[in-house]
Design a protein around this ligand. Structure first.
Ligand SMILES: Cc1ncc(COP(=O)(O)O)c(C=O)c1O
Length: 403
């Protein structure tokens, strides 16, 4: 073909599945941030939930010990579902933390971070065109993988006036009947909303009524900013694991996000399906990392309480700095996020995010990236030290926004 003809088509186009995935909203934000940094701007990055604190010493020690222990052959392929000792530690943690019994053989699986397990849950259980109920705003990976799996997404909005809890009564009978799965994440990224026992009971009754499977994600369950709050597990309600699975992560409670370690526990058939799909797509988690993870689960849990205190102090520093503006935002009961309505005069959260970066050098995430119900908000990730969080608040005050 000559150069005067139409442009050459790429030899290998992305699959329809991949084309279906919308562009990552945060990508543009990161691009702008990197550009500012190149220009020498003193950027305060509160965009990503990427903990900056050191992982538990027990994890570092156990990893080091596992690497030099001549008796264990960490270099070999691990099993798809995780070391038996790791799965036992998961079961032990569920027993201690929630009083829930887990059969470590059949009801637990190690994951290369919970994101991996969530994506494979979709691929293992949902066909293109299947309907799911997803509470939003939510962790953006849910939206991406739902698009990748080509499922029909019904967003169940989590609204401030309902304390960011789902209004199941607002779901139409037709949607409830069509759906296969309902997804919940408490404590919630990005809103910081928390569950109640009644909400979990109601969701379980709803799932039974409409024959839905329930997926719970408790990635933030051990980061209570309100010390009187103690997160629950959905499995405390569905004790027979009749129709639920729960994902958990080492990334937030233990700041081990780069280690890529998580797990799922719950319905044995679904755990089996995850093992089956994993056996075709990956080889599980490096065994030395699993050994570090199991040491953390078996050890004292004061690391999480200390981390939560730190995030609380950062959140307070930021909000106290903003106090003169009367911003309608308070510290949530858990997570490492603040969910801030956008100020007056902005059409949407993306516009405000861009303006904020330009005027103050503060990076936040636009709420629209978390689903339709996220528009009108931005998420602040408390992943910079207390002084920087305070400074971010002060810069926002100086910029003259009004709420
Ligand atoms: C709600 C939620 N679930 C899961 C994850 C992913 O965790 P992991 O690092 O274990 O893949 C995140 C990460 O931000 C999250 O916010």
């Amino acid at each position: 073909m000559s150069s005067s003809q139409s442009p050459v088509k790429p030899r290998l186009a992305p699959s329809e599945r991949l084309q279906n995935v919308p562009p990552y909203t945060l990508a543009k934000v990161f691009q702008n941030r990197d550009e500012k940094m190149r220009q020498g701007v003193d950027v305060i990055d509160l965009g990503v939930g990427n903990p900056d604190i050191r992982p538990p010493q027990i994890a570092l020690d156990a990893l080091q010990a596992a690497l030099v222990d001549p008796k264990v052959q960490n270099h070999r392929y691990p099993s798809f579902n995780g070391l038996p000792e790791f799965r036992s530690a998961v079961a032990g943690w569920y027993g201690k933390r929630f009083g829930v019994g887990i059969d470590s053989e059949k009801e637990a699986i190690a994951l290369v971070g919970s994101k991996e397990g969530i994506a494979k849950f979709f691929l293992a259980h949902l066909n293109p065109g299947d309907t799911i109920l997803l509470c939003t705003p939510c962790y953006p990976a849910y939206l991406g993988v739902a698009a990748l799996a080509q499922v029909r997404l019904i967003e169940v909005p989590l609204l401030a006036q309902n304390d960011f809890r789902p209004d199941l009564g607002a779901i139409s009978e037709a949607d409830a009947r069509a759906a296969k799965v309902i997804f919940l994440n408490y404590p919630n990224n990005p809103t910081g909303g928390t569950e109640t026992p009644e909400v979990y009971d109601e969701v379980l009754a709803f799932a039974r009524k409409y024959d839905l499977f329930e997926v719970s994600d408790i990635a933030y369950c051990d980061l209570p900013l309100d010390p009187s709050y103690r997160a629950r597990s959905f499995l405390q309600h569905d004790r027979d694991k009749e129709r639920s699975i729960e994902f958990h992560s080492f990334s937030k409670s233990y700041s081990m996000q780069g280690w890529r370690l998580g797990f799922a526990a719950g319905n044995p058939e679904v755990i089996g399906n995850l093992a089956r799909i994993k056996s075709n797509m990956d080889f599980g988690v490096f065994m030395a990392i699993q050994r570090a993870g199991l040491a953390v689960l078996n050890g004292p849990q004061d690391y999480c309480a200390d981390a939560a205190k730190l995030y609380r102090a950062r959140g307070e520093a930021f909000l106290n700095a903003l106090a003169p503006l009367g911003v309608p935002c308070k510290l949530p009961r858990a997570t490492l996020y603040l969910w801030l309505p956008i100020p007056q005069g902005f059409a949407n959260s993306l516009d405000f995010t861009a303006d904020l970066l330009d005027k103050t050098g503060v990076v936040v995430s636009p709420g629209s990236g978390f689903g339709n119900a996220g528009e009108g908000y931005v998420r602040i990730a408390l992943c910079a030290d207390e002084a920087r969080c305070r400074e971010a608040g002060e810069r926002i005050v100086k910029a003259g926004y009004t709420w």
